[in-house]
Design a protein around this ligand. Structure first.
Ligand SMILES: C[S@@+](CC[C@H](N)C(=O)[O-])C[C@H]1O[C@@H](n2cnc3c(N)ncnc32)[C@H](O)[C@@H]1O
Length: 132
């Protein structure tokens, strides 16, 4: 963008950044600081990333877990696949846009909210099977 534009994310007019270097500097130093902090507490714990639909995904049958952390999607605000497009392209992950719960494209009307609630309920039902 080179001129003032209607910003879909902020839902207002935004002006393009004239000078990117100060942001790159600030974010780079912040990243280094966070990496150093994380390095103090990191362990060699085994980590496995599974890409899939949390409503349906099946985990190993004998897997039992103590608890879950989640940061669920917002209803009808963000298209996460687009927001993280760089990651899909950089790492070559397959895109599963059609499996998003509460995608921006479906908006925030009553039908979209009901569908979102059903989706989140399905996720909790699915994962609760693995809880101790
Ligand atoms: C608020 S974000 C949380 C992001 C995550 N905490 C992070 O730091 O990257 C919500 C996430 O839920 C994911 N999501 C939406 N529908 C999903 C589904 N059916 N199964 C699994 N994840 C889904 C979105 O793709 C998005 O990455």
């Amino acid at each position: 963008m080179r001129e003032t534009y209607w910003c879909i994310k902020h839902k207002r007019y935004c002006t393009p950044i004239g000078e990117a270097l100060k942001f790159i500097n600030r974010y780079s130093y912040d990243t280094i600081k966070r990496l150093k902090e994380f390095d103090k507490i990191r362990t060699d714990a085994f980590i496995k990333i599974i890409q899939g639909d949390a409503r349906k995904i099946k985990l190993p049958e004998d897997l039992k877990i103590d608890g879950l952390f989640t940061s669920p999607p917002y209803v009808g605000i963000i298209d996460y696949h687009e927001q993280h497009r760089y990651a899909y392209e950089l790492f070559g992950f397959p895109r599963l846009d059609e499996l998003e719960i509460g995608p921006a494209a479906k908006g925030q009307n009553g039908k979209a909210k009901k569908e979102y609630q059903r989706g989140i309920i399905e996720v909790f039902k699915n994962v609760s099977e693995y809880l101790i």
